[in-house]
Structures are given as structure tokens and as C-alpha cells.
Design a protein around this ligand. Structure first.
Ligand SMILES: [Zn+2]
Ligand SMILES: [Zn+2]
Length: 233
């Protein structure tokens, strides 16, 4: 583990002064910001990638997988690679309730050219998991993004109706089956462009299943807005 990783893990574990004047990653002066400008600029960018699934693709062209079997979603905007130190930041929000990171992520998303959309729907958590965690990180990011963009966030726009096994615990090939039928949507989305907000995109199986349900509810387009894209396959 690098020194940076150790420092961040220690900060995360002990709740050291994160939101004061010390950069979360290098402990240098960051003023009112979570990260200093250098660390924020050093977060791992995505290489040229497919506009639909955000996996690496030469010159940013549509990838072979998306051509051969198009997913239900129409596009993906991902801020960074799910690698150090971005992974630590995402985990600090999700598992250690560092909620200030949600607004940092939202601000970073809002600074990118985002696809046109009519409303934001955060990736829902099953009520049981929500009860355990106390909050839904995707809702926190979506609410903050809504405030910055003027778009409407619909935190209850989609519901998780099946308490599935955590995707992270399953082999990639089982993840699509695991989330099949996991969502319901009661909104009439006829003709709407929906942006789905989530923290990490790994295989895309969960986002794809949610997009399927949103399209069935009438959505004309579904765009994923995610903080980090895992490109390990
Ligand atoms: Zn820094
Ligand atoms: Zn693709």
C-alpha cells in the first residue's frame, strides 16, 4: 500500500480533520475544499472510451460489445477510473458516510458536459440495505447534482423490489441474472430523457437492468452518470 493510501485509510478510519483545511489525499492545505487542486486534477481519468458503456475503446468509438448487443442504456458519463485514490473516495462516502464527498462528486459531474436530460433518478437501494447504511450514496449525489443543475431529482422514481446479493460478491457472469427483476418504476416516463446517477459502474449489469425498467416505463433515453468506472474485466 502506498503512503497516500495509508494516510487516507488512517484519515477515513479515525475521522481526522477532513473537512477543514487539509486535503483528504495529501494532507496539504486545501482551504474549504475536500481535495487540493493538484489532487483533484490527479484523479485517474478515463482513457478513450465507448460513449455507451464507458469501457476503453480506440478514439472513443462505439465498442464491439455495444454494437453486437446494445445495452438498454444509451450512454454513460463517468468521471474517473475506479482506481486509487478514486476508489478510496467512493468507499469513504459509501461505507463511512463521508457525505461531503457527495457534493464534491456532484460538483465534479456538473463541471462536465452532461447529456441533456429531463430528470435524475438515483440508483435505488433495497429498503433493507438502506436501513443498514442509513443513506443511499446515489441519492446524496443526485440531490446535490439537482441543486447545481436545476434538474429534478426523483429519489423514489425507481424502487428496488428484490433484495439481491451484493454484486461485488458475485462472479461477473452471474451479475446480470442476480439483478434481473430487481427494480420497479411507477413513474410515467413517456418521452423523457432520464439520467441515472450511481457511484460505481463495474459490469454495468445493474445499470442495464434499471435502464430496461425505465425504458419499459416509457423513457426515450437513459443516460448513466457515474462517479467511477471499473475497467477490470
Ligand atoms: Zn492534495
Ligand atoms: Zn460500449
Amino acid at each position: 500500500m502506498s503512503n497516500d493510501a495509508r494516510l487516507l485509510d488512517r484519515c477515513v478510519a479515525t475521522g481526522l480533520k477532513w473537512f477543514g483545511e487539509d486535503c483528504l489525499l495529501c494532507a496539504g492545505r486545501s482551504g474549504p475544499e475536500l481535495l487540493c487542486a493538484d489532487c483533484a486534477a490527479d484523479l485517474p481519468p478515463l482513457p478513450d472510451h465507448c460513449p455507451r458503456c464507458a469501457l476503453p475503446s480506440p478514439c472513443g468509438s462505439l465498442c464491439g460489445t455495444c454494437i453486437a448487443s446494445p445495452p438498454h442504456f444509451d450512454g454513460t458519463t463517468a468521471l474517473w477510473l475506479y482506481e486509487f485514490p478514486c476508489d478510496r473516495l467512493v468507499q469513504a462516502l459509501k461505507y463511512r458516510a463521508r457525505l461531503a464527498l457527495a457534493s464534491f462528486f456532484a460538483r465534479s459531474l456538473a463541471s462536465r458536459p452532461l447529456p441533456e436530460s429531463d430528470l435524475l433518478i438515483p440508483m435505488p437501494l433495497h429498503p433493507e440495505r438502506l436501513g443498514q447504511r442509513g443513506f443511499n450514496q446515489a441519492v446524496e449525489i443526485a440531490r446535490s447534482l439537482a441543486r447545481r443543475t436545476g434538474l429534478a431529482a426523483r429519489p423514489r422514481g425507481a424502487r428496488r423490489v428484490v433484495h439481491t446479493a451484493p454484486q461485488a460478491e458475485l462472479p461477473y457472469e452471474e451479475r446480470a441474472r442476480n439483478v434481473r427483476g430487481a427494480f420497479a418504476c411507477d413513474l410515467d416516463l413517456a418521452g423523457k430523457c432520464v439520467a441515472v446517477v450511481d457511484d460505481v459502474m463495474t459490469t454495468g449489469a445493474t445499470l442495464n437492468e434499471l435502464a430496461r425498467v425505465l425504458k419499459r416505463a416509457g423513457a426515450a433515453r437513459v443516460e448513466n452518470l457515474v462517479i467511477a468506472r471499473s475497467v477490470l474485466r
